[in-house]
Design a protein. Sequence first.
Length: 465
Amino acid sequence: MTAPSAMQIPGFRGDLITPDDHDYDDARAVWNGTVDRRPRLIARCSGTADVAAAVRFARDRDLEIAVRGGGHNVAGTAVCDDGIVIDLSSMRAVSVDLVDSTALVQGGALWGDVDHETQAHGLATTGGIVSHTGVGGVSLGGGIGWLMRKHGLTVDNLVEAEVVTASGDIVRASANDHPDLFWALRGGGGNFGVVSSFRFALHPVGPTVMAGPVFWAAEDTTDVLRFYRDFVADAPDELGTVIRLGTMPPLPVVDEDLHFRPAIAVASCYAGPVEDGERAVRALRQFGTPLVDLVEPTSYVDHQSGLDDTVPHGWHYYWKATNLAGLSDAVIDIVAEHAYGATSPRSYAAIFHMGGAVARAPRDATAYPERNVDHNMSIDAVWLPEQDDTVRASETAWARAFLDALQPHHAGVYVNFLDSDDDTSRVREAYGDANYRRLVEVKAKYDPDNVFRNNKNIQPAVPAR
């Protein structure tokens, strides 16, 4: 079938990009450079009406659908072969309502767009820790970030969503309107429709926060992790921390002789007054003999984009992930043994401290269920596009072996961290049996034909005859 022109999609005002267009390769590229898929048509939408028109068009012609927001998902679900990409990347507007402290965010926005607008008013909501991450993917999967212990996950701050369903209808989902769909959207991924806009609750944050990483030599990993375990046990909700194990990033703020040196880092962000944050991280900064201490008062916007250059678009990525109930001595020993076994200096592992407001929400309040785990962990193999298959094989083997070693300590998994080769059993693991059954029922109601299946898919329930 020949790709149609814009006139053949009734009601569509955006741009249509076909394989014959000069910008086709740029339009189909996503964050993970290993993904190389060739859609028949890319429908770059200008608004919700375009999204609805594109969905109806694809349904009428039985075209495979992929939905692109930020295009940042490691599995590359934002693009498909020989189908249509419903591309929201031109829909990035953010509007702040100071009366009710909310932000209306279009579905193609990035977290940098949200932070830019909300921080102009000294407000923020929990979002991704890389500013070029898409709002849609982070939000629909759960949304972990620096502010989650104080203000909850991104899904806990979602007030309302505008959704284009599989039938092409436009509905609003909230606690009062389509509450079953609203529940499912808060963690169930892109299984239930295309979210063309989100409304989030905002909170006073910054604009200056006490934040940044402290690095120690790799040989100090066991001691640092044992100290960290005790340090965060009584940490205030305002203190968000992430452990990073790999090498020192080659950033301008790091001395050149330390670039790519194996190291463990604990990065932090205090969602409160700077002077309180300084006291909260003092013991961390004084532990052992740090290689570099970059904790200081900084703008929240700058902190949110501080990792951007370490995970740019186009590099090759492969992830494995697990949740951890805690950092036992056995877990710490496994992490110390495996964390520095990658051959690529760009590969790393990250451990996110949960708890606080995340843990206080009821397990069944949202589709995101893992409220009682202490940490989410991501093992991220990273290599450059020009490196050969030997490097790829080595890095992916490292990530799989690391995850296998942690198998006895698995406590579920965060769905946004699943890669393309994680099977359906891991999707069920991400939700637990009770939430998964509920999601299956909602899927059957809003997408019985599984139109939205380019995702961490939840199969609709089969209606009883």
